[in-house]
Design a protein around this ligand. Sequence first.
Ligand SMILES: C[S@@+](CC[C@H](N)C(=O)[O-])C[C@H]1O[C@@H](n2cnc3c(N)ncnc32)[C@H](O)[C@@H]1O
Length: 204
Amino acid sequence: MKKLSAEELQTVDTYNSHPYYAGQDQDWQAVAYRFHAIAEHIANRRVLEIGSGIGKMLPFFVQAKYEYTGIDVSTEAVKIAQAHYPEHAQQFVCMNCCELGFDEGTFDGVFAVNVFCHIPKSKALHVLGQIHQVLRPSGKLVIVMVDVSRPFEQMVTVEDLKAPNQVLLSLYTKSEFFACLKQARFRDITVHEDMMSNMYVCSK
Ligand SMILES: C[S@@+](CC[C@H](N)C(=O)[O-])C[C@H]1O[C@@H](n2cnc3c(N)ncnc32)[C@H](O)[C@@H]1O
């Protein structure tokens, strides 16, 4: 795996120690709501979830006949996802989104929910470039992230967790992330607001 910064390593350490922290507060209704919001934009063929955590999205995509692959940098989160869904275990892979190991044009759609907040802003364009490469022409990208009025990037302590409990939090204003997507050559960018989050939808 490519060298992770000290901040990224601490974040991975936190998720490896508390894999259920990823998405623990989401009930099935909330996950179903998120699935429908995302699936509306992605054709039901090959889809890649970045930062799949403990795998809550898989059953929805499988039921809707997508060919789903989930990647996550946390080995522990991936193990839990594989144990929850043994018949789909090979569809969960431990991988850092900074180096996506898929052929060019593999996916019809890529999505990430609350994952870019853990990527250093200095690497965001690189990750978007990786995603651009694995999408087929006109493939769709959907990114969900918390909305903030001021840019933010620092290590924060998740008070509810026992140490290790530090994560990198990189939060973007709408115009800031819109500009990143544009710079990464994504087209037809739209932003859908939903409570505390923004959902960015765009095409390769
Ligand atoms: C806030 S959780 C969200 C999990 C899931 N998407 C959800 O909404 O429940 C963030 C997830 O992103 C993963 N993650 C963080 N950095 C990553 C990276 N560079 N590559 C892949 N996954 C990453 C973490 O391990 C964690 O599972």
